[in-house]
Design a protein around this ligand. Sequence first.
Ligand code: GLN
Length: 488
Amino acid sequence: MTGPGGAIAADVRAGRRTARDVLEDHLGRIEGREAEIHAFNRVLADEARSAAGEVDRAVAAGQDPGPLAGVPVALKDNLCTRGIPTTCSSRILDGWLPPYDATVVSQLRRAGAVIVGKTNLDEFAMGSSTENSAFGPTRNPHDLSRVPGGSSGGSAASVAAGFSALALGSDTGGSIRQPAALCGVVGVKPTYGLVSRYGLVAFASSLDQIGPFATTVADAALLLDAISGHDAMDSTSLPGEVPSAAAGLDQGVEGLSIGLISELMNADGMEPDVLARCRQAADALTAAGAKVDEVSVPAVAFGVTAYYLIAPAEASSNLARYDGVRYGLRVPGTDITAMYGATRSAGFGAEVKRRIMLGTYALSAGYYDAYYGKAQRVRTLIVRDFEAAYERFDVLLAPTTPSTAFEIGAKTGDPLAMYLSDVCTIPSNLAGHPAMTVPFGGGDDGLPIGVQVLAPALGETVMFRVAATLERAALGQAGPDRPGETAP
Ligand code: GLN
């Protein structure tokens, strides 16, 4: 289904609408609801107006500004933007201005997109609710008493509220898919290495991936295809052929075999309404010509446990660079050790400190084999179990989250309950595989529910075939409206 992003780009390229007009519409919506939602750490109205002006001048001069011509896009505030504050919603980066743009940011600019702002997140992307932000929480546009999910909650809320047609986030254990599901939008975590991570502030480097938020599957494909591809600036970027997401949109699912992951259907805290939507999604795919069966992927049950050793271990190493010398905040001390301590104590929030301590412990001599080493072995088991499943199935299906959006404050006192929000999304990060969430109706509380499509490495095309089919089926479901959204 053509989304607002695709429609805007087509209109702007054809000269039917100006990028400036499109932008003013979106800035108007931001003006209307941003005070209550708090999707952004910073709205870039002036920069966006000048970028939109350039797009319009290019069109007037008979040039093609690109596939995202005039499309307003929001960026998670852990993506570096040259000369524009990039905070990771942390006090420790206070005053830091990146000296370069992330590769995805350059790609967006080259494709004609208009960057409207930097979105709120859990500090350094650690969290599942966007409550761990030094700048206060983001609220769910569907219900302001609920979280938008996290850590890319600001990007999800921006798209759900119609502040931007598209957004980028990062997903280390679910931070694109989980908030997308809770805000009723599409969210994609691409194959590890498909999208350059150059200029993404590192959390857990073996897991982090950048990916799109959109209101439709076609819009998500448009954005993903614009940012996929090899980048010499990222040593983990994959060389070679790039799968096309757009190629899958109209192919349907006739003849595909799809496995419903039993362990995730029975995951901790799985609510019956979410499960019911997932089963309806499976039925819709059967009706569309796929063969759907349950499949056991046993090691995914240990995903959260392995992740909460591996991710903090990598984070403790990545965050060692914030020492008061090279970036942002510095709190003076009597000597350099005291300065490090004072800076890090004042600059990091509680969850980031918890992760640094957990990770340092898991990596320390005497514990390394028992914790980090063992978690890596579990990670290998997860990869093997997925491989076995993909011998029989083209794609896998699961819920995205165990529940709909929870109340603000409901899980802030219980880190483990918060961590379990990602039970269904973490396995794909550990395996390096792509996965995406598609809105599929609402829960008993009327809030959005997402269904997750998982595919083998570089299986984006087949993943989008299934996602587009689910989206068509979901149109027949009673689902929550997108608040604040008007036709483009
Ligand atoms: N919620 C998970 C965490 O806190 C995942 C975060 C993410 O994907 N960035 O680590």
